[in-house]
Design a binder for this molecule. Structure first.
Ligand SMILES: [Zn+2]
Length: 311
């Protein structure tokens, strides 16, 4: 039982398998690129204890997080609707979770890569000890200082979140990168409550909070088939990663870093670097909801006559 509840706590902590380090070949490929890769390399040397053992689960081919290569993506669409409001916020010893009442379709996402409606269950964050890294996913090897995960489950196919989390097409997780910039007023409401959940297994009531205030205005996103990024690492997640980051200020991220992995009375260990190392893309395709002007620009091809314009 203790093990099950521990597993469930981690499961709820975040969507996210085996702990393969980035292969040497990828590290070499990184060196050919930019200083950003220095961050990526350093990031991969900061392993949470959870990721120090490689035998957590059998190897799979659809693991998360991954590095998104902009040029690989294809097109697709998503519509999202959030109307809603939260139950409580708690420290599960790996992140802090804002949980929602999910007995009805109060906040759902649909469309794009999703065949069904998915209900919001909880959201949480991953962040670094410093601002140079912290996100789980990376884009063209760029790390962000933090990443928000809004975890939704397929209430059409499954009875409850716990069942959905273990099965294919069970979950849809929206990932939003956080970058350093201006103060985020709505996020501050959440930041203000963090001192009351400093220790592992502490919980605070949180009243109403509409998570759509944490979403970027730009609708563009990437999507791919992946996994939970915490044990049991089930390959149950349709990932939807927003292209545009949201801005937060340094002090807000510093407040995240005052939380503890540890319970009251234990030797204090700061809650930082709570992300899983990157996983290989394997035989998967990342699709995007937008055109690849970035790629078109660098190709610098001569313009075609209008009658030959390609889609
Ligand atoms: Zn997560």
């Amino acid at each position: 039982m203790a093990m099950m509840s521990h597993l469930r706590a981690i499961l709820q902590a975040s969507p996210c398998k085996t702990l393969e380090k980035v292969p040497d070949s990828e590290v070499h490929a990184c060196k050919a690129l930019q200083p950003l890769h220095l961050h990526l390399k350093s990031r991969n040397q900061v392993l949470h204890p959870l990721w120090e053992k490689v035998d957590l689960a059998p190897a799979g081919e659809h693991q998360s997080p991954i590095n998104i290569r902009w040029r690989d993506s294809l097109r697709s669409w998503l519509t999202a609707a959030h109307h809603l409001f939260c139950l409580h916020v708690w420290n599960n010893g790996y992140s802090f979770l804002v949980e929602f009442e999910d007995s009805a379709d109060k906040s759902v996402i649909e469309g794009g890569p999703l065949e069904h409606n998915y209900r919001l269950k909880q959201f949480h964050f991953h962040w670094g000890a410093i601002d140079a890294w912290g996100s789980e996913h990376t884009v063209d090897s760029k790390c962000y200082p933090a990443e928000l995960h809004l975890v939704h489950w397929n209430a059409v196919k499954f009875e409850n979140f716990e069942d959905a989390a273990l099965e294919e097409n069970g979950l849809a997780v929206i990932g939003v990168f956080l970058k350093l910039g201006k103060h985020h007023q709505e996020l501050q409401k959440l930041v203000n409550i963090l001192p009351s959940i400093k220790h592992k297994d502490t919980l605070a009531e949180f009243g109403s909070f509409d998570p759509s205030c944490l979403m970027p205005t730009c609708p563009d996103y990437w999507t791919y088939s992946g996994s939970l990024t915490t044990p049991p690492l089930s390959e149950s997640v349709t990932w939807i990663i927003k292209k545009q980051p949201v801005e937060v200020d340094h002090d807000q991220l510093e407040q995240f870093r005052t939380l503890l992995f540890t319970s009251e009375g234990e030797k204090e260990k700061r809650m930082v670097d709570n992300f899983r190392p990157l996983q290989p893309l394997m035989n998967r395709t990342v699709r995007s909801s937008f055109r690849h002007d970035y790629v078109l620009n660098i190709q610098a091809k001569p313009k075609l006559p209008t009658s030959q314009v390609t889609p």
